[in-house]
Design a protein around this ligand. Structure first.
Ligand code: 13P
Ligand code: ZN
Length: 272
């Protein structure tokens, strides 16, 4: 038995490879983090070492105290995660106060967790509380079409949500809580983490204008699927706009009917 045989490690590698194949992760663009279950922490115990020193997170995430996360490394290429995981990713542990982390596995040769670790942990903290521990994944990708739209649509979550819902019938079922938008900000660090966190209270999808997307979900599959759905919808919208714009579309009443049929609450905030 090696680290690579453990199921969540295999799932993580598959997700990173799928995301690379989608074209969302040029060079070192994007990063992914996964919060281990108690059983998974037990399973990795024989491979980890708790000797390293703690580093400040930059924000306090009290409800993540003593939690373990598998995270991609800063400056590391998502396309290389399947080549050698311990060079390109690692497991970190959060301290008792929720203020510091230490590397307990991987990130060898002096590598560090993603520069977006503060936004990841802030989002994990909020989602852990909101979903009573169900959500375990935060994924940040440089999704081409979604980024392109942030140069054209108003930077307003209501506009993005409604426009992207209209581009594929099942969108409101996949992201009923809509999309939040962070205007352009310097990436990495506490300021963008706090703005992202505020929006994560309400949404599973947060778009960073002119940069990329943050998605939150229960599992690697569901979070990847959410990212893929939003990005595909954005691709359709880019094509529709390039063809001269909508000539007909899904109406507010159509969305209400969809909500009833699929037993999903479609917020009136996004309908007229
Ligand atoms: P990292 O290489 O530090 O993960 O940064 C990539 C990125 O997308 C920053 O927003
Ligand atoms: Zn980025």
């Amino acid at each position: 038995m090696t680290m690579e045989d453990i199921k969540f490690v295999q799932n993580f590698k598959k997700t990173t490879n799928d995301a690379w194949l989608k074209g969302w992760h040029e060079r070192n663009g994007g990063n992914i983090s996964y919060r281990l279950t108690e059983d998974e922490v037990v399973a990795v115990k024989e491979f980890i070492s708790e000797d390293s020193k703690y580093t400040p997170i930059g924000v306090t995430v009290k409800n993540l105290a003593n939690e373990y996360f598998l995270v991609t490394g800063s400056g590391k290429f998502i396309r290389n995660m399947t080549v050698c995981l311990e060079e390109n990713a690692g497991i970190i542990k959060i301290d008792e106060k929720g203020e510091n982390y230490k590397i307990v596995w991987g990130l060898i040769n002096g590598a560090k967790p993603t520069s977006e670790i503060t936004s990841h942990l802030m989002s994990h903290s909020i989602k852990k509380e909101k979903t009573k521990g169900a959500y375990r994944v935060i994924m940040h990708s440089h999704t081409t079409n979604t980024i392109a739209l942030t140069f054209v649509l108003p930077l307003d979550g209501k506009v993005f949500t409604r426009q992207l819902w209209e581009m594929a019938t099942e969108c409101p079922v996949v992201f009923p809580s809509g999309i939040g938008i962070v205007p352009w900000m310097v990436p990495g660090g506490a300021a963008i983490a706090n703005e992202t966190g505020k929006l994560m209270n309400k949404h599973d999808v947060v778009i960073w204008a002119h940069h990329g997307m943050f998605c939150a979900g229960e599992s690697l599959d569901l979070t990847f699927g959410l990212m893929d759905t939003v990005e595909k919808s954005a691709e359709i919208l880019v094509k529709v706009l390039a063809m001269g714009g909508k000539k007909q579309t899904i109406s507010s009443q159509n969305f209400r009917d969809l909500g009833k049929a699929f037993n999903v609450h479609i917020s009136e905030d996004y309908l007229d």
